[in-house]
Design a protein around this ligand. Structure first.
Ligand SMILES: C[S@@+](CC[C@H](N)C(=O)[O-])C[C@H]1O[C@@H](n2cnc3c(N)ncnc32)[C@H](O)[C@@H]1O
Length: 210
């Protein structure tokens, strides 16, 4: 995540609304204790996710890739009391941490955790979603996309993280670079959707199902 000027990034962070204290604590805990802490979306993208949930009026959300729960809690904040967020992760250890923070949040009761390979979890979900946040194993991004689109309501929003992959999509070489670039290419030619690629953090692809 090195293509945005550091000072501009910091300015953007400073002039974006604050996140709740519990999310600050979760981000700090993750940074101190988790070797892959950079996976956490953080303040700017977390506030963007919350705003997208509020603006779309989403009531049923699916998240693929929960980690310690920062993005799930950010989105749950804007869900109405009868709203629901299903979040998937393969890692039981991170799920234990996330559960502790969900239990301390007034919005945690809206969240259901599904542990296991997310492609299997999605296949077993018999419902449609207003908003989906995709942030799991990048190598499977195309498969996730194909599995998600039929489960997204018409006018529903799919938010895809890391779609610029530190700029490596410009000259994709490694498997992950190629997978992300292939998905970006698929989306822009898919007649079922329209999309905007945002240069926020590591790139966010906003995809609206027509
Ligand atoms: C980038 S992190 C998610 C970050 C999270 N959205 C946040 O804001 O903190 C990706 C997560 O996907 C999970 N993951 C990787 N492969 C998976 C799979 N096949 N099925 C489900 N989850 C998977 C990892 O365990 C990891 O916690």
């Amino acid at each position: 995540m090195n293509f945005i000027d550091k000072e501009i990034e910091e300015y953007t962070r400073l002039y974006t609304s604050s996140e709740p204290e519990l999310l600050k604590e979760l981000a700090e805990f993750t940074e101190t204790n988790m070797p892959m802490a950079q996976m956490l979306t953080g303040k700017i993208e977390g506030r963007l996710l919350k705003m997208l949930v509020a603006l779309t009026g989403a009531k049923n959300i699916l998240e693929i890739g929960m980690f310690t729960g920062y993005s799930a809690l950010s989105m749950a904040e804007a869900l109405p009391d009868d709203g629901k967020l299903t979040t998937c992760d393969i890692d039981e250890e991170v799920a234990k941490l996330a559960k502790d923070y969900f239990a301390r949040s007034p919005h945690g009761s809206k969240i259901t955790i599904q542990i296991g390979p997310a492609l299997e979890t999605i296949a077993n979900l018999n419902e449609t979603f207003d908003l989906v946040f995709l942030d799991a194993d990048k190598e499977n991004y195309v498969q996730y996309y194909q599995a998600i689109i039929p489960k997204l309501k018409s006018n529903g929003l799919l938010v895809i993280d890391n779609c610029l992959w530190s700029g490596k999509v410009l000259e994709p070489e490694a498997e992950t670079d190629i997978a992300i670039h292939n998905l970006n290419q698929l989306i822009v030619t898919d007649p079922r959707v329209e999309n905007v690629v945002l240069t926020i953090r590591d790139g966010v692809n906003l995809v609206r199902k027509l």
